[in-house]
Design a protein around this ligand. Structure first.
Ligand code: PLP
Length: 491
């Protein structure tokens, strides 16, 4: 298997493919609003101060209203308590936090501060109760047996599929395949859809910002088929370099796969453009939505996404459940890569006839209860309103960025103008492990390590970072606690 990196590769002439040349592309990017003009920070303190958090850079899907005005604090801090309890839309944070029993937990003799949301989110009472209800009143295998509980569990399972379809803006529930999570979803697409079409020398495009789950499945099929991986680079802020990505496409390109949000840096990639560019070359794509689905309103139809995958546990749902969205024609064209019960229409020893998608990809008994729980999580997020939660999180991220940059010797890794949730950093004179342990002793849960994304950290000359990551139930006070604990270390 060969991994080709971009710089040495001249690539095709964009004009041959009806694409804009570099100058036109730059104008196109500017028009897209993803890369707003950089306005130098006013705080003299740091060249890292992101210009990101000005109203001009609200992602396109977010409400048009300014997130905050620079004269006001971006979010009330503990010391500015007079500003009152923050709200997500109409709902107060105290009410939201009361929905999450684990947030009241004490660890190390301290109040838990959960800032490890990129690894997994916590579950609201509504999801926990739904699981209990399922096991107490509905538990049965689905699609089998003509008895009452089979009907109840099938209804609940299919209702969850419907909710996911609506949440993602999919045409219908048949576009949604249940899987264990993002990792299994990417493997499914790689094995079922991409591998059967690969010839030696064919190419798959990834970005350097990918989680290992969006690298290794492609390496596996590249090794088997003689295909080649090509890797789009990022700039020093952690944002993909669109002209470089574009240059990777050629007549051998068969597929492109990229995250919507980088789990290590928090960069929001301009997936709409990435998909559009791939489609100009006739190349289908997969969007890894593991880190975006709980932070950014997603509409797969508007994005023209071919495949979109996510994990339930990153969006306040259970572990061991997730979904693949696929365009109907592509799901129909794909071969099942696991065989067994539930996915067949008829079996003889000579040949098997499969059900249509999505059942074709759901061999064996699925994770029924957790699929139902994921449906409840989606109900919960929908009831708060993603535009509201996204807006609140954006303010919190801006506040966190501002506070962390005040810590002497702290360097933020990932300073793109478009970010969600993640504040990756290193601290001069302190190992990542030491910082993680120090924070854990203060009751603050963050991830300290390589975040299953070694290539992107190595792009920044690092093997590990400390990674606090936010969700809508986090408070400015929790940012203050983080900053205070870090200050203790630096003193
Ligand atoms: N992709 C991204 C961007 C992730 O952040 C993660 C998990 O952190 C994954 C894929 C894998 O998700 P899972 O372990 O739920 O399959």
């Amino acid at each position: 298997m060969t991994v080709a990196t971009n710089p040495a590769y001249a690539g095709p002439n964009p004009k041959d493919y009806g694409l804009p040349d570099e100058r036109e592309l730059a104008a196109w990017i500017a028009r897209s609003g993803y890369f707003p003009a950089f306005s130098p920070p006013t705080a003299a303190s740091s060249s890292q101060t992101p210009a990101a958090y000005s109203p001009a850079v609200v992602p396109k899907a977010f409400p048009a209203a300014p997130l905050y005005t620079p004269e006001l604090p971006v979010a009330p801090s503990a010391s500015a308590a007079t500003a009152g309890i923050p709200r997500v839309g109409e709902v107060s944070l105290s009410k939201i936090r009361a929905d999450f029993p684990i947030l009241a937990e004490r660890v190390e003799g301290k109040q838990l501060v959960w800032l490890d949301n990129a690894a997994t989110t916590q579950r609201p009472r509504q999801v926990i109760d739904r699981l209990v209800h399922y096991y107490e009143h509905e538990n049965s295998n689905v699609h089998r047996g003509a008895h009452t509980l089979a009907a109840r569990s099938t209804d609940a399972y299919e209702a969850a599929r419907e909710k996911i379809a609506r949440f993602l803006g999919a045409p219908g529930k048949d576009n949604i395949v249940f899987v264990r999570g993002t990792t299994e979803g990417i493997n499914l697409v790689a094995q079922s859809f991409v591998k059967p079409n690969l010839q030696p020398g064919d190419e798959i495009i990834l970005t350097v910002a990918e989680h290992h789950a969006n690298i290794v499945p492609w390496q596996l099929i590249a090794e088997e088929t003689g295909a080649v991986l090509r890797v789009a680079p990022v700039d020093d802020t952690g944002q993909i370099i669109l002209p470089e990505y574009t240059r990777l496409f050629n007549k051998r390109t068969r597929f492109a796969s990229f995250a919507q949000v980088s789990n290590a840096l928090g960069t929001i990639l301009p997936v709409e453009e990435l998909i559009a560019i791939a489609h100009r070359f006739g190349v289908p794509t997969l969007v890894d939505g593991a880190q975006s689905v709980s932070h950014i309103p997603v509409n797969v139809t508007a994005l023209d996404a071919d495949f979109f995958v996510f994990s339930g546990h990153k969006i306040f749902g259970p572990t061991g459940i997730g979904a693949v969205y696929g365009k109907k024609a592509l799901l129909e064209a794909a071969k099942p890569y696991q065989g067994g019960g539930n996915m067949i229409a008829d079996v003889t020893f000579e040949r098997t006839q499969y059900h249509e998608a999505p059942e074709k990809f759901e061999a064996g008994t699925g994770n029924i209860a957790d699929a139902v729980g994921l449906g409840a999580a989606i109900d919960y997020v929908t009831s708060l309103g993603l535009p509201h939660t996204a807006r609140y999180e954006h303010e919190l991220l801006a506040y966190g960025t501002k506070e962390l940059l005040k810590i002497p010797g702290l360097r933020l890794i990932g300073t793109a103008t478009q970010k969600a949730s993640v504040l990756s950093f290193i601290l001069d004179g302190h190992s990542v492990e030491d910082v993680g342990q120090h924070l854990a002793r203060a009751g603050i849960a963050v991830r300290a390590g390589h975040h299953c994304a070694q290539p992107i950290l190595r792009r920044f000359g690092l093997e590990a970072t400390v990674r606090p990551s936010l969700a809508f139930y986090n408070l400015p006070e929790e940012i203050d606690a983080l900053a205070q604990a870090l200050r203790q270390l630096t003193h």
